[in-house]
Write a protein that binds this ligand. Structure first.
Ligand code: NAP
Length: 526
């Protein structure tokens, strides 16, 4: 296995400037890999190639685009063992988790393959002409979704496959017909180069234009900034921290031509434990939430970071059970030293707050992140907005409200979240109807009696939410609906059939669902 440490610019490798070190150690060699830092010139070359590629790629029939996506899955599968071994060194995540994540990545690609094969996702709408209409004839008008153009994608460190080089953001953009320039996360550059080569190889084998995919490496933020401000880039997909996503969003809105930035950022994922359910199942709920909070060293954007309940004997029992379960939970080495440093700093800060009481901490060796849980009263929690900030890692704040009124008041103050969960039985559901109405405005996904971690990759999934969970609450970064971020509707008025895309031609050659004169149908138009 050869690692170049260079930028992948279409079908060529290009040198960058300076270098940074990977934590992964080269095979049969004690020296680490070195990577060249991507430059503004590398970004410019990638953007120019991608713009040329777009002219061809957007016209390629869906059947061929499908072959490209399928070839990516074959390439990844063919080096699966090497990928897992490298990602394990770079991220400290265990082998079974990484293998499972490759499966998830391949399932994600297949979801888009099937979406493209079925074809109706383009949202074809046709209003047929009426030349006899009075006082003026009505023209033939139709619309469908078209790709936005060159797309920049940034991936997070905590999913080296599923939210990385061939993750949902990249694949949804490629499926929509957009070339991708990917900014690799400095936490796993070797894994990124290997997966980047898989995409480039798949593109070559299936005859895609040079520049349909590029990958820029970098440890500084310079190449990322150059990417977001490049005039040829037409959209940005980002997964990562609030600080990173907001910085890139702010840069994009200052451009001469503003572009959409779909930044999926952090979240504390509040969990509400309603009284009847808590009385029935304090032990099970405590075990489930501790497992969810500490899984993967707590490094999930859907980690349950705030757990709320009302003061009662059941809440006392829950705290005792949570303490017991957490004392047995192990910590672990975090993804990067930067993330570990932030976690330690966050725990020190929480420990310094008068309003918080340390409930307990879990087990862990030196240089590992140790799980923690703190308790705070509802009254103190409402006063301190900083308690809603994410501390990426295995920590939870348990909030004890005085009564229903205070619990509802807290729910009203929650900033935007990826998820909100409620543990409730039938009585609770009836009694707390208002709470469900409030949460609908706060989160992209609301669940009952489920832990928030473990995001299903399906058609109905929403992995998004109001700011600060994302910069665009109308979209999702997981599931088939993610494709819509990289499209825009184009309307064709009075066009001759030969100029219309197949999706909009009268005889419906692709046999897709379309809305014709207001009715859904697969029939052609006479
Ligand atoms: P991160 O530090 O924000 O990095 C994400 C990417 O953005 C990296 O490529 C990084 O470049 C780049 N970047 C960050 N700040 C930048 C800036 N100011 N200018 C240009 N580029 C910038 O995120 P992370 O540490 O990998 O991930 C942890 C966070 O991601 C947590 O908050 C977690 O909750 C969140 N997350 C969210 C989701 C979701 O779906 N919403 C999923 C997973 C994780 P470098 O590599 O050069 O630093």
């Amino acid at each position: 296995m050869k690692i170049t440490g260079k930028q992948i610019i279409g079908y060529a490798n290009q040198s960058g400037a300076g270098s940074f070190k990977s934590v992964a150690i080269a095979d049969n060699n004690s020296a680490p890999y070195f990577f060249e830092e991507g430059t503004a010139a590398n970004v410019d070359e990638a953007a120019r190639k991608a713009t040329e590629a777009f002219k061809v790629y957007k016209l390629i029939p869906t059947t061929v685009r499908v072959k490209f996506l399928e070839a990516i899955t074959s390439e990844i599968n063919s080096i699966r063992e090497v990928l897992v071994a490298m990602a394990q060194q770079e991220t400290h995540l265990p082998q079974p988790r990484l293998n499972g994540e490759i499966d998830r990545t391949i399932n994600q690609i297949n979801l888009f393959v099937n979406l493209l094969k079925e074809g109706s996702w383009v949202n074809a709408i046709i209003d047929t002409a009426n030349p006899q209409r009075q006082p003026l004839p009505k023209p033939h008008i139709c619309q469908m979704l078209k790709p936005l153009g060159v797309t920049a994608i940034f991936g997070a460190s905590n999913f080296p496959f599923a939210f990385s080089v061939a993750g949902g953001d990249t694949i949804s953009a490629l499926a929509a017909g957009c070339p991708v320039i990917y900014k690799a996360h400095f936490g796993h550059p070797v894994t990124s180069e290997l997966v980047g080569n898989c995409i480039a190889e798949a593109a070559k084998k299936t005859g895609m234009p040079d520049g349909v995919f590029s990958l820029i490496q970098g440890k500084t933020t310079e190449s990322g900034k150059a990417l977001v401000t490049h005039p040829l880039v037409k959209a940005v997909g980002f997964t990562g921290s609030l600080a990173g996503g907001k910085a890139l969003f702010d840069l994009a809105v200052k451009r001469d031509e503003p572009i959409p930035v779909y930044a999926e950022m952090g979240s504390v994922n509040p969990v509400f434990l309603l009284p009847d359910k808590l009385e029935d199942e304090a032990v099970t709920i405590a075990k489930t939430l501790v497992a969810s909070n500490t899984m993967g060293v707590g490094q999930f954007c859907t980690n349950p970071g705030i757990i709320l309940m009302m003061r009662s004997p059941a809440s006392e029992e829950f705290l005792a059970q949570y303490e017991t379960a957490l004392a047995e939970a192990a910590g672990g080495k975090m993804l990067t030293d930067v993330i570990a440093g932030s976690y330690d700093k966050g725990i020190k800060q929480l420990k310094s707050l008068q309003s918080l009481k340390l409930l307990c901490s879990g087990a862990g060796e030196e240089n590992t992140a140790i799980p923690h849980a703190f308790v705070v009263s509802g009254e103190d929690f409402i006063k301190d907005k900083t308690l809603f900030e994410e501390h990426f890692g295995p920590v939870a704040i348990l909030v004890i409200a005085d009564d229903t009124k205070q619990l509802t008041e807290i729910a009203e103050t929650i900033p935007g979240q990826l998820t909100a969960s409620v543990w409730a039985n039938q009585n609770d559901v009836t009694e707390f109807e208002d709470l469900f109405n409030i949460l609908e405005e706060k989160a992209g996904r609301i669940m009952i009696n489920n832990a928030p971690t473990g995001v299903e990759v399906t058609h109905a999934m929403i992995h998004g939410g109001p700011f600060p969970a994302t910069t665009d609450s109308r979209t999702t970064s997981v599931g088939s609906q993610a494709i819509y971020r990289f499209t825009r509707p184009v309307c064709f008025q009075n066009y001759p059939q030969q100029l219309l895309p197949a999706e909009l031609q009268n005889d419906n050659p692709l046999g897709i669902w379309r809305k014709v004169d207001g009715e859904m149908t697969k029939n052609g138009i006479a």
